[in-house]
Design a protein around this ligand. Structure first.
Ligand SMILES: Cc1cc2nc3c(=O)[nH]c(=O)nc-3n(C[C@H](O)[C@H](O)[C@H](O)COP(=O)(O)OP(=O)(O)OC[C@H]3O[C@@H](n4cnc5c(N)ncnc54)[C@H](O)[C@@H]3O)c2cc1C
Length: 379
């Protein structure tokens, strides 16, 4: 891991980068339905595609706490860009760092760090979402290869990815494979008409008898769910938790700024107590959500066994408050809040997605509740 001063410098730099080179263009990316390749390349040059990878693999060596702060800055500027990092760096990259063997790490991590290869995480299917253990994409053994067939849906970066971390079911149970795009039998189709995440190159992917070499299995056959998926979703939830704070803070800044500039009945609207109530609640929620994310980050850094639960709590909470605060930000903007010339209109749509991805809020509630039923039971 990099020393603290270096990590602080990287987070300060990404704040400036995000504010100047991403945030002003977020609406344009949405309109064009694409994060430009040129931005991805610039982020790669700065090491941002591998911010939390160890330096050995071409990363910046940010620890979980600083990686969270880093993610917040990108998520505040543009949720689609944060989405790219969530899947490429957190769901696939960090999972390979954790579960890949030496050969797999040498083969893929440096290329992912340099942006030469973009990775995506292919779990969800047209008929299988929350019940991820029932994936229907199948594999079968054939000599020294596995033959994969099936469809994946809603795959962030699926349309531009070079590497697909595919979760498939077969004789030996759920297994995770790295599938390279150049293999025969892969078709990707962009998904248009999305509520948000429009620039994140989201796609449907078809695998038709794709022959994947045995050495592309991550961990071993049958361990795809317990090791790879659980780990990947935990990494993804941590990234989303900070992404939620990014949206919440951006919406709070927008509502405060607007309320101090807009006048009605001869007074600035912030002077009305009902508007002050909204702002007071929003500030409190942002501070509380940030405290949860920081706590989860410290626990992850320290290898605390409860870090996974704290991450789930943080993800559930910040996606909820991002939604609440962005709804309130639209309200404070009145008619202008319903207009895409004002960022709150986009933030409002982006926040909703966070309550659905990496496990819906209902699933998070169930997980947190079963933890609470054990932890807070007094015999
Ligand atoms: C913008 C976007 C990007 C995405 N990116 C990716 C990606 O990169 N990779 C990937 O694999 N997937 C991705 N997804 C898919 C996402 O993870 C799923 O949409 C999500 O897991 C929910 O699955 P579903 O849509 O099939 O909903 P369903 O599972 O059908 O759920 C529908 C509703 O039923 C509720 N529900 C389901 N089961 C239960 C239960 N047991 N108890 C209570 N309520 C329940 C849910 O909470 C939800 O409200 C993305 C989705 C979106 C919208």
């Amino acid at each position: 891991m990099s020393d603290i001063e270096t990590q602080e410098r990287i987070v300060a730099e990404v704040k400036e980068f995000a504010a100047n080179e991403i945030r002003p263009f977020a609406a344009e990316f949405e309109e064009k339905e694409a994060i430009p390749r040129e931005l991805i390349d610039r982020m790669a040059k700065k090491g941002y595609l591998a911010a939390c990878f160890p330096e050995e693999w071409g990363g910046l060596g940010l620890d979980p706490l600083y990686y969270g702060l880093f993610t917040e800055e990108i998520g505040k500027a543009c949720s689609s860009t944060r989405g790219l990092l969530t899947v490429h760096t957190s769901l696939v990259g960090e999972t390979l760092v954790r579960w890949g063997n030496r050969e797999q790490k040498e083969r893929w991590l440096p290329q992912m760090a340099s942006g030469e290869k973009i990775a995506c995480f292919a779990l969800t299917e047209p008929l299988v979402g929350t019940d991820a253990g029932s994936v229907q994409t199948s594999y079968r053994e054939e000599g020294n290869q596995y033959i994969i067939t099936g469809s994946k849906k809603w795959i962030t970066c699926g349309n531009i990815a070079d590497l697909f971390l595919v979760i498939a079911n077969g004789e030996k149970g759920i297994t995770a494979f790295i599938v390279e795009r150049e293999l025969a039998g892969i078709t990707t189709t962009p998904i248009k008409g999305l509520l948000a995440g429009r620039a994140a190159h989201i796609a449907e992917i078809e695998f038709k008898d794709v022959a994947v070499p045995r050495e592309n299995v991550i961990t071993k056959e049958g361990s795809g769910f317990s090791y790879v998926v659980n780990s990947a979703l935990d990494n993804g939830r941590y990234s989303i938790a900070w992404g939620g704070i990014g949206i919440a803070l951006e919406a709070l800044e927008a509502m405060v700024t607007y309320s101090r500039k807009r006048s009605q009945f001869g007074k600035k609207i912030y002077s009305y107590q009902l508007i002050q109530g909204i702002i007071g609640d929003s500030v409190t929620k942002v501070h509380a959500g940030r405290a949860l994310c920081l706590k989860a980050g410290r626990m992850r850094r320290d290898g605390d066994a409860d870090a996974v639960m704290e991450t789930t709590i943080a993800k559930y909470f910040t996606s909820k408050i991002a939604m609440e605060i962005s709804i309130d930000a639209v309200q404070v903007h009145g008619g202008n809040g319903c207009y895409n010339r004002y960022p709150v209109e986009r933030l409002f749509r982006e926040a909703k997605i966070l309550e659905i991805i990496e496990g819906t809020s209902q699933v998070q509630q169930e997980i947190i509740s079963s933890f609470g039923l054990r932890r807070y039971y007094i015999k």
